[in-house]
Design a binder for this molecule. Structure first.
Ligand code: GLV
Ligand code: GLV
Length: 329
């Protein structure tokens, strides 16, 4: 009999077919919401799971699912995994990096441009029938080209955004990251390392691409917003919780910064009600990696991690290292 796995949300049917060649697959094609207890119940008898960012894999789940060997996340971020608990339980975690880097950077740029140039705000005005005459200062925004782009979190996606800014739009690119890039990588993406305060004070546009962890919780809160230029734009394509959404809503309402573009939120899929009532924010429902090609590639990579790990013992894109079994001499 084939090893049994769980696919926790609806997924491309051909990816399910691919998995079905190697495993007995139980999948949530109906895509109904599962609470933690249901997820645990569904995982009984399963050795692997294809998970999404909405599936919390923590010590309680691991204790209740002793047969589980791998969770393959269909996302580059994996803050839904308690990685130390998974390692302690001998459960492999994998994520879906690289295949979404350029797509996500494209969206970061789209959100930056939409925000700085007030794209959705002006469209709402037009749709509402309010466009009656020309006015010299109608929906004036701020320039992208030639401005200073500050990137917080300089992983693969941050670097891809830096290249777009430096090479495509003639921006001065500054970045802050836990560790500084080597100078060849800095040169390749045209970016200069600065401390966080300098970045906040200097950047015309701040883009957040830092992974979520306890250490990056509220990287941008009231104090950081106060350091930014009143003309500045803030874009978050990283994770909810990187920004203090309540503090941001206040800063936007009081025009302490000019505008924000948000693809991720604290408490998704609900959105802080104050963000829904301020005009100078562009809001999208966590879609930065959502192109047909990239979502397929992410699903395929998660599936391939399950196949490679459960059949050959080799995860393709691991997020933890399990102690290996040392062969007797
Ligand atoms: C999406 O947010 C991802 O982490 O891939
Ligand atoms: C994060 O993992 C990134 O790719 O930027």
């Amino acid at each position: 009999t084939l090893p049994r796995i769980l696919v926790t949300r609806a997924i491309y049917p051909d990816v399910l077919d691919h998995l079905g060649r190697h495993f007995e697959v139980d999948s949530n094609q109906a895509d109904e919401a599962w609470d933690a207890a249901t997820l645990i119940a569904k995982l009984q008898g399963k050795v692997g799971a294809l998970t999404t960012g909405g599936d919390r894999v923590d010590a309680a789940l691991l204790a209740a699912c002793p047969g589980l060997k791998i969770c393959a996340n269909m996302a580059v971020g994996f803050n839904n995994f308690d990685v130390p608990a998974m390692t302690a339980a001998g459960v492999q975690g994998t994520n879906a990096p690289d295949v979404l880097t350029e797509t996500t950077a494209d969206f970061g740029f789209a959100l930056l441009m939409a925000t700085a140039r007030r794209l959705t705000e002006s469209e709402h005005y037009l749709r509402a029938g309010q466009w009656k005459r020309w006015r010299y200062d109608m929906f004036c925004g701020s320039d992208i080209h030639g401005s200073t782009l500050g990137i917080i979190g300089m992983g693969r996606i941050g670097q891809a955004i830096a290249r777009r800014g430096a090479l495509g739009f003639g921006m001065q690119v500054i970045y802050h990251n836990r560790s500084r890039l080597d100078s060849a990588t800095e040169a390749a993406c045209g970016a200069r390392y600065v401390d966080k305060d300098t970045l906040l004070q200097t950047a015309d546009h701040v883009v957040l691409v830092v992974p979520y962890s306890a250490a990056s919780h509220h990287t941008i809160g009231a104090a950081e917003l106060a350091r930014m230029k009143p003309t500045a734009t803030l874009v978050n394509i990283a994770r909810g919780g990187i920004v203090d959404d309540a503090a941001l809503a206040v800063a936007l309402r009081e025009r302490r910064i000019a505008a924000a573009g948000l693809d991720v939120f604290e408490g998704e899929p609900s959105v802080h009600p104050d963000l829904l009532t301020v005009p100078n924010v562009v809001l999208t429902p966590h879609i930065a990696s959502a192109t047909e090609r990239t979502r397929r590639a992410m699903a395929k990579l998660a599936a391939d991690n399950l196949v490679s790990f459960l059949l050959q013992g080799k995860p393709l894109t691991p997020v933890n290292a399990l102690p290996s079994v040392v062969a007797a001499p």
